[in-house]
Design a binder for this molecule. Sequence first.
Ligand code: FMN
Length: 197
Amino acid sequence: MGFLDRLFGNTNKEEETMTNSKLKIGIILGSTRQGRVSPQVGEWVKGIADKRGDADYEIVDIADFKLPFLGEADAPGIAAWNEKLASLDGFVFIVQEYNHSITGALKNALDLAREAWNNKAAGIVSYGSTGGARAAEHLRGILGELKVADVRTHPTLSLFTDFENGSVFKPAELHLTNVNAMLDEVNQWSGALKTIR
Ligand SMILES: Cc1cc2nc3c(=O)[nH]c(=O)nc-3n(C[C@H](O)[C@H](O)[C@H](O)COP(=O)(O)O)c2cc1C
């Protein structure tokens, strides 16, 4: 990039990608209720992710933003939520099944941003009586509309075999391979999509 480009603030996307090579991936907790188990699942994914050293991973807790429902009076949390999403290159959604779909809190949080989601990648880790599969498939439909590319590999956790009494998270060993494969895909696609933003 030449002197004039620097002076006028023109950026070279290829150069930017090479110098800021560490991607930022947010691990989004989809539930907000008191007594929720999503923080345990999110911390477990973050522990696996941090060992890889290939990206900067952070937990993003929807509950921290005190988001209003879409259409209610504006609240500072909406701008903060959009800024947080805009700072990220990709996502891992921690998804729990509520009445065969995602939580209302996650749907509202998805609805409260648009451009900040666009042209990014996401993986899904879900749980429920059938591994949260129905909620995860609903989420995939929503992500398409938000121009988020959801990767194929999808760890599914069972409320019966991966939790004690449905509340203490004790994941089976076999999920580790799937979580790493999902993170491989999220990183590849997040890096690729960064070049078109
Ligand atoms: C309102 C509500 C509806 C639920 N519906 C389902 C369901 O349709 N299928 C399922 O597998 N689990 C269902 N569950 C069980 C949840 O998946 C389980 O409680 C899980 O721990 C919720 O995630 P959380 O602890 O992070 O909130 C439901 C739970 C709630 C609170």
